[in-house]
Design a protein around this ligand. Structure first.
Ligand SMILES: C[S@@+](CC[C@H](N)C(=O)[O-])C[C@H]1O[C@@H](n2cnc3c(N)ncnc32)[C@H](O)[C@@H]1O
Length: 440
């Protein structure tokens, strides 16, 4: 076989400044144009805009550019509410109107379902949405130190591991939205300040701030932290490798939230849906779409703390919840007990494992709800088609894997009956979707 020499594609666009028209948004929310026959992706540019850009990356197949100046703005362009928006990597879409954000998210799901599941007509229902500001009840806040050993407290810059100092975050629960400067000041006052590696904030029944530390804190520093939170509306908790404890050394209490008349207890390290109000709507809609009946036996996969399992258990014959993390299985079990739901059971399993000899997956199950992480649930859908479970409700934070898994279901006789966008992560490009499949 003859190997022909292929010269490397010429790279002659880098650092150029050009004026271009943006045609559409790609699935990451970047504006898309073309330059010298290559696709050009422009972070921060919107469809129908004319923008002056500088090429900042050139590959053989594509270019990336940054906006220098918006010459003709889109009618959907709005002024970002957050003053850190252009530096902070926490939000991607504050420059796009709320309606525009939802259109973008719907188009992204539609594109992925067309590409991965060959579905071009989608049975959209109304989007679930809540106040798109100050909605985030849990967040991890970074702490780094500059050359002068001063703390920087905030979120990563766009495309970088370096933090940007934040003073006010407009998507974080109001209780914490303006606490960044206070956090920075108290860390800077500590003798062992460089021991603090990050902060976690949680708005729950007991509002909680966790200082994660990688070395022991001195007594003096613990005293400073005690004084710091005397007038605060939250408790301060310290976490190191081995424990999560209050400043007096006692174990920190479990936190909790209410959902559909159930009380869900959790610890600081457990997964909780980050948008409390949207979560309420989502659980309500899940119960409606499943058309729950007293005779139903429901399997809740990737069940976490029982966020769906417990509200469902109130309406059906039985619920089995399955989750990968042992401590969350134990928590879900306790949650069912303290909510007096004796028709639910919880098991631990790796639901992405090739070994699907799962004893709790049996012919009694007539409805399934699954809410996987970004990896999706290919093994689970394989099992669903083996058992021909009539009703499947799939909740997803990644439409790419959801549409991939949808194809497996559709190829085996399932119909996509309903699809809804849920604006769990407003101002960001992240998409949450609910899909109802029925075996026909
Ligand atoms: C998106 S969360 C949903 C949790 C729960 N349904 C809720 O609404 O709070 C995904 C859950 O799946 C669990 N998980 C992730 N990968 C898993 C796996 N391979 N096997 C079992 N559970 C897994 C996570 O620990 C997490 O609790």
């Amino acid at each position: 076989m003859v190997n022909f020499f292929k010269p490397a594609a010429k790279k002659n666009n880098l650092h150029q400044t050009v004026t271009i028209d943006i045609q559409r948004l790609d699935i990451n929310g970047d504006g898309v144009s073309r330059l010298n026959k290559k696709p050009l992706f422009v972070n921060g540019a919107l469809p129908d805009e004319t923008v002056a850009v500088k090429i900042i990356e050139e590959k053989s197949k594509y270019l990336r550019a940054k906006v220098l100046n918006v010459i003709t703005p889109s009618s959907q362009r709005v002024t970002p509410q957050c003053k850190h928006f252009y530096q902070c990597g926490g939000c991607d879409l504050q420059h796009l109107s709320e309606a525009g954000q939802l259109q973008f998210k719907q188009a992204k799901v539609a594109e992925l379902f067309a590409r991965n599941a060959n579905l071009t007509e989608l049975p959209w229902t109304d989007t679930l949405a809540t106040d798109p500001w100050y909605y985030r009840r849990k967040a991890r806040i970074g702490v780094q130190y500059n050359k002068l050993n001063e703390a920087i407290v905030g979120f990563r810059r766009k495309n970088s591991n370096v933090l940007t100092q934040v003073s006010h975050c407009v998507i974080l629960a109001e209780q914490f939205a303006q606490e960044f400067t206070a956090f920075t000041n108290i860390i800077n006052s500590l003798k062992t300040k460089k021991a603090i590696s990050h902060i976690e904030v949680i708005a729950a029944d007991i509002a909680t701030v966790i200082f994660r530390h990688i070395r022991p804190l001195t007594k003096h520093d613990t005293q400073l932290l005690e004084n710091f939170c005397k007038n605060k509306t939250y408790q301060l908790v310290l976490q190191d490798e081995s424990s999560v404890r209050l400043l007096n050394g006692e174990p920190s209490p479990l936190l909790s939230y209410q959902i559909a008349g159930c009380n869900i207890q959790f610890s600081e390290t457990d997964f909780v849906q980050i948008n409390a109000k949207l979560n309420e709507q989502m659980v309500e809609q899940a119960c409606q779409w499943l058309q729950l009946e007293k005779t139903d036996n429901v399997l809740d996969l990737f069940c976490g703390l029982g966020n769906f399992s417990l509200p469902i258990a109130k309406q059906v014959n039985s619920v089995v919840g399955v989750e990968g993390i042992d401590s969350m299985v134990a928590r879900a079990t306790n949650n069912s007990l303290h909510n007096n739901l004796n028709n639910s059971q919880f098991f631990q399993a790796d639901l992405n494992s090739e070994d699907t000899s799962w004893p709790w997956f049996n012919n009694d199950i007539n409805k399934i709800i699954l809410d996987p992480a970004r990896a999706g649930a290919l093994q689970v859908v394989t099992k669903i088609i083996e058992f021909n479970v009539p009703t499947v409700l799939y909740i997803s934070c990644d439409p790419a894997t959801m549409s991939r898994d949808a194809k497996v279901l559709i190829d085996h006789g399932y119909k996509l009956e309903k699809l809804a966008l849920m604006d769990m992560f407003a101002q960001t490009r992240h998409v949450e979707t609910m899909a109802l499949f029925k075996l026909i």
